[in-house]
Design a protein around this ligand. Structure first.
Ligand code: HAM
Length: 420
């Protein structure tokens, strides 16, 4: 036997019926985001490497360690996108979207690629559902984006999720704070991990979201970013908190929340779940007022989020999931010597009436037909034998009650239409 070719490590096939759940989640996203005035953007999965180096930041784990980067046949350095905010900002600039009525609201659904160690909830190809609003700097757009996110999650029947919220301030606030944090941590260097020691030089703020309990303890007395905020950043954040309270959106201030991508300024947020293990973030997002300009576009404030769809689907409440997993309602079978074409023809008629039906293609015993139909989850079986054919009737069996009746074809169709 030939050796099997396997899927690439960290990637996976999504199969039915699970794909029906994914499609249902995506349909809700399209509907909800549409109501808020967002249009869909589809950018390529391949981008020039430079986009992420400049956009996401050279010192980030994503760019430093996790990108699928390769040279194409002409030697150009290309990267499979590890995230989609930088590509959306690139497309915004490339298509002159700054000339559209601001703000521009875009959403996307698609695969992202990061070379991370695969584990539960962490894949090398994973999917994000994201939204970006570009060209608006005020806190009202932050609030509206979060309201949209939460109403999307509510439509998926999530009720317990809380938004973790923080501000990383503007560039000047961050610069001042980075200095203070560095001064605080420098004497404690020997207690820091190698990663954190490196970050002390490149980006001290990232040390704040360490997972290491020892480092967490060291940080208890560290200077706080909120104490370094400029008046404008403080006003922005306070107004946002007021708005969220006014609209009853549950959030928790998380003063050590900093995100793993360099483009953030002011508002940052995450949604985490206790049920995901180590990979607990379902949503990450924030404001990125400098990104568009750093990619050669005009100065445009922006904010967005990305939901990890794999993790979201993993956590979906049963009530939503159950409604997505619909088996065909009915199996239609011809009984020997009636030609299978009769079953095919009746199934076509059912489908024209919107009834989802499958056909038993081979001639089988009635017991085997019933058994196979119940295994795929059908609720009814329609049998067409010689008698049924000559009298324009069908034998109609309810698999859950076991009840079996002979019905005129029209009556069977009506009954199934009502049930569908
Ligand atoms: P991020 O926090 O890097 O942000 O990713 C967002 C979400 O993608 C995470 O919360 C997680 O659910 C999911 N995710 C990330 N890596 C993996 C992985 N290896 N396997 C499975 N799921 C994963 C961003 O990507 C930003 N672009 C978000 C954003 C949009 N900020 C502003 N606009």
């Amino acid at each position: 036997m030939a050796k099997r070719v396997q899927s690439v490590k960290g990637t996976r096939d999504l199969l039915p019926p699970e794909t029906a759940v994914w499609a249902a989640v995506e349909a809700v996203a399209r509907r909800v985001f549409g109501i808020y005035g967002y249009g869909e953007i589809r950018t390529p999965v391949l981008e020039e490497t430079e986009l992420f180096v400049r956009g996401v930041g050279e010192s980030t784990d994503i760019v430093g360690k996790e990108m699928y980067t390769f040279a194409d046949k002409k030697g150009r350095s290309l990267t499979l996108r590890p995230e989609n905010t930088a590509p959306v900002a690139r497309a915004y600039v490339e298509h002159g979207m700054q000339n559209l009525v601001a703000p521009v609201k875009l959403f996307y659904i698609g695969p992202q690629f990061r070379y991370e160690r695969p584990q539960k909830g962490r894949y090398r190809q994973f999917y994000q559902i994201g939204a970006e609003i570009i060209g608006e700097s005020g806190p009202y757009s932050d609030a509206e984006l979060l309201l949209m996110l939460v109403s999307f999650l509510r439509e998926l029947h999530f009720t317990e999720l809380v938004v973790l919220l923080n501000t990383v301030g503007d560039k000047e606030s961050r610069f001042e704070y980075a200095g203070k944090l560095r001064a605080y941590l420098q004497p404690l260097q020997e207690h820091l991990s190698e990663d954190s020691r490196r970050r002390l030089v490149t980006n001290p703020l990232r040390i704040l979201d360490t997972k290491d309990p020892k480092e967490k303890e060291l940080l208890l007395d560290a200077p706080r970013l909120v104490d370094c905020l400029s008046d404008e950043s403080r006003r922005h954040f306070e107004k946002l908190c007021d708005l969220l309270t006014r609209f009853g959106l549950r959030y928790r201030l998380e003063t050590k929340l900093v995100r793993g991508l360099d483009y953030y300024s002011d508002t940052v947020f995450e949604i985490v779940s206790g049920n995901l293990g180590a990979q607990d973030a379902i949503v990450g997002g924030g404001r990125y007022d400098g990104l568009v300009a750093s990619l050669g576009g005009p100065q445009r404030a922006a904010i967005g989020f990305a939901i990890g769809e794999d993790r979201l689907v993993d956590l979906l409440p049963d009530s939503f999931r159950g409604a997505c997993l619909k088996a065909p309602l009915v199996a239609v079978a011809s009984v020997d010597p009636v030609d299978t074409a009769e079953a095919l023809s009746f199934a076509e008629e059912l489908r024209r009436h919107g009834v989802d039906a499958i056909v038993e293609f081979a001639s089988r015993s009635i017991k085997s037909v019933l058994d196979r139909a119940s295994r795929v989850g059908c609720r009814f079986v329609v049998l067409i034998g010689e008698d049924e054919l000559s009298s324009s009737t069908v034998t109609f069996k309810n698999l859950s009650s076991g009840e079996q009746v002979r019905l005129p074809r029209a009556a069977a169709i009506e009954h199934l239409k009502e049930t569908a």
